[in-house]
Write a protein of this length. Structure first.
Length: 307
């Protein structure tokens, strides 16, 4: 199976990773590993994951006039992503500074750079591309005004919108109504709802659906994912693997989900595939560099299913 028609409008970052024994305390200096450079950025990651999963994928974004841009474009092309519509701006290419601890967890600070040049005017120049998508993927690493504009325009003409509301931000009702699905983690779900109570994950999903989302996926890391749509709310379990680096695992999930939806899969089946792709991604360092090809995910699922 080969999916088609995934368009990602989003961010691209050069990930600067240092391994440390633990996270530093305030005012503390730690020695870490040699600096490692990986391709990243939520938008670029999601595009790379969708393409490796089998979807025809185009990435729309903005990078700076620097060496990091060339590095990121090469990585996307290697993954099979169409990058003809990437713009070059005056600001430096986005960067993410990542501290990675031995348990595979990370702390990240993002400098958006050229990603914040993706304004409504730039998005409108590229409208013929994203208005023709089978699945449009967006996240919140670009200006929120741009996201709101593009999501509304796309949904109005029947484009299926997958919005990954990360980094966390509140969303108005009109944006929620366009999401099919809204993909969030627990913290992001509570931020969207403006609630920090002890509600269960299933109740959170129900509240997001009641708030207007057409469908919703709440990712829970090692606990799997909660899926909610017109067929009800259920849990897709995670796979146990040896964790090396969790950087970009959520983006692997989003990209693989978009690929499956573009290929006509149900949301439940898409999430099942994406859960496996995400699990495989955490067994290697980096984001895009850890994303598996479709054949690898299918073999993984056959093995887990005992086939």
């Amino acid at each position: 199976m080969t999916g088609s028609g995934v368009v990602v409008v989003g961010s691209a970052n050069a990930d600067l990773l240092v391994e440390v024994a633990r996270r530093p305390s305030g005012g503390e200096t730690l020695l870490g590993s040699d600096l490692q450079l990986f391709p990243g950025g939520k938008g670029a990651n999601q595009a790379a994951a969708a393409a490796r999963a089998g979807a025809t994928t185009r990435f729309l974004g903005c990078m700076g006039p620097d060496a990091h841009a060339g590095f990121l474009l090469r990585s996307l092309r290697d993954a099979g992503v169409d990058v003809r519509d990437v713009r070059t701006g005056e600001r430096p290419t986005g960067t993410a500074m990542i501290l990675l601890t031995p348990d595979g967890e990370n702390s990240i600070v993002v400098s958006p750079g050229a990603n914040h040049a993706i304004d409504v005017a730039m998005a409108e120049e590229l409208a013929p591309v994203w208005l023709s998508a089978d699945v449009l993927v967006m996240n919140l690493e670009i200006p929120l005004d741009t996201v709101v504009h593009v999501v509304a325009r796309a949904a109005a003409v029947g484009v299926r919108v997958l919005l990954n509301a990360a980094p966390a931000a509140s969303l108005d009702h009109a944006v929620l109504q366009a999401c099919d699905p809204l993909v969030v983690n627990e913290y992001e779900a509570r931020t969207v709802l403006g609630s920090d109570d002890g509600t269960s994950f299933e109740a959170l999903a129900a509240d997001l659906l009641a708030g207007g989302a057409r469908s919703v996926v709440i990712t829970l890391g090692a606990a799997g994912a909660v899926v909610g749509d017109r067929d009800g709310i259920r849990v897709e379990p995670a796979h146990r693997v040896d964790v090396v680096d969790t950087t970009g695992a959520g983006d692997a999930f989003v990209g693989a989900t978009a690929c499956e939806l573009a290929g006509g899969a149900s949301l439940g089946d898409a999430v099942r595939f994406a859960t496996a792709a995400s699990a495989i991604s955490v067994t290697a360092k980096g984001a895009q560099s850890s994303y598996p090809d479709r054949s690898v995910v299918e073999a993984f699922l056959r093995e887990r299913d005992g086939a």
